[in-house]
Design a protein around this ligand. Sequence first.
Ligand code: GDP
Ligand code: CA
Length: 330
Amino acid sequence: MRITALAGGVGGARFLRGLRRHLDSLDSLDNGPHELTVVANTGDDITLFGLRVSPDVDTLLYTLGGGIHEQQGWGRADETFAVQQELAAYGVEPQWFGLGDRDMGTHIARSMWLAQGATPSQVTERLAARWGLPGQGVRLLPMTDDLVETHVVVDEGDSERAVHFQEWWIRMQAKVPARRFVVAGMDRAAAAPGVLDAIRSADLVILPPSNPVVSIGIILLVPGVREALRGTEAPVVGVSPIVGGGPVRGHADACLAALDVEVSPAGVASLYADFLDGWLIDTADETAFAAATRSGKGPRTVALPLLMKDAAATEAMAAAAVRLGLELRP
Ligand code: GDP
Ligand code: CA
């Protein structure tokens, strides 16, 4: 089976690690091997201290490759911050974005290879080789090889201004209301090699619990991606990132508010309405979801516990997504 997933950082990476474990257990039973292609959001990318940082790609690499700081969800385990402290001593800004020494190694390698003329796809492939992704049957693709950056338009006095997504998310903690999101460079961007084909030729497409606006929502803006999702024969199954009426972590509520979309599994599903076939929601949201979607139209929905509190719980969620996908196969 060929599975394609669209993912952001922490939530997506944790889910996909569980999915990979589930697929391994299937491999030992049936006609595997099962292949997983992950299309990563690169709208969060930022240049800091002359280095190109790709937070969602790196979180996916470290999580799937076994180098992630587990409690934090991003960055490297056993990390130190000597370089950042030196930069601070020189008064170099910004200091609100934490870059550890080990992590910095990734950004130096990426920046060097990009400067030598490699594309982001080629760079990601080299980084993924080090983390053993091909050996796990995982292919990691950036959504585009073009330079795109998500910016957030916020109020400033009577006027407005745009700040980089990371400045809004990390420095402002998403507390300044977002008017809208704009993705600089997207109008001239193209999907990276393999992305559209991975959606069109998949047996199953999965949307893990990633931020529906600034992670998956940005991938959906890449020219051709939404059309490929509408057109693919593969069922598209999503996992709600909203549990018990709110986000599990991060600021998805602030992002949905900017779009005037309700913070609920029904609200998130409405963003995917034109292509979503299956939808996993938490049991805590079952009653509210049924009331919100009384028409009976919409994706086939299954309710189950959706908190990734440990490896077993995450694997159970991934198994439910695959099961629903198999049921929905034409
Ligand atoms: P990203 O969008 O994948 O970069 O990562 P985030 O870590 O910011 O999380 C994205 C979304 O996933 C957020 O809206 C979270 O509420 C959601 N999320 C995080 N952990 C869980 C979980 O254990 N279960 C579910 N259902 N959603 C989660
Ligand atoms: Ca992200």
